[in-house]
Design a protein around this ligand. Sequence first.
Ligand SMILES: [Fe+2]
Ligand SMILES: [Fe+2]
Length: 249
Amino acid sequence: MPRQQGSRVDRILRPVHRWVWGDFDRRVRKLIAFAKVEGDGGRDILRAAEVTPDPLLRRLYLEHAIDELRHADLFRQRGAALLQLRSTRSKALFDTSPLPGGHGLDDLSIEGEPDHRLLAFLHVAEKAAAGRFAIYREVVGDDPSTRAIFEEILRDEVFHMNYTYSQLTRILPKSYRRQVWQARASRLWKRYLRVAAVVAGAMSAVILTIIYFVVLGPFAWLAKRAQRREPVGWASAAANRDESPTSQY
Ligand SMILES: [Fe+2]
Ligand SMILES: [Fe+2]
């Protein structure tokens, strides 16, 4: 089995990954987020096993789902064990992240998806997961138990990456490459939308803060000045008003 190295982007981002995993609180949060993503992915793949008409794929999906559910247990147990070592300082323990928890199976949808599209999506997601987990395994070198979990899970992810590709070539021998590229493009587009939503949220917060301090202050001052010019109490109506005071209009 070739040793997984991680994608070029992940290798470039290695210092960021090291920074993320270097903090105890963030490490616990990541492990718990991974447990959720793996568990959700496992349940979705279980559903794929129910609906596929292909007996071989049903067996492989089942095996895959069992793996993902076991990964969820491993991450959850490790997160809980770390929590017992020391209570975390952060109050935002269950904060969600705009970026996928390593696996990317959170974008998976089963209903109405033909097997070739599902296999292409799974292959791309598993390949990304294998690359990222290889990086995580390195950056948690100070924590042998967490490292061992990544080591174990990585072996499964490589198997998932390979079987999805070989099955895709079996059921779609003529256009499996196009299917993989489509899955890659769709994944990139979803990532872009996710990042764009975060950037838009941050930009709107900055713009609203600027408006609050730049526009609201002068506006409040002008309103107060106009208020001082208004007469106090009742004001007499103009004598030449011709509409009825009881009219609706
Ligand atoms: Fe997994
Ligand atoms: Fe997997």
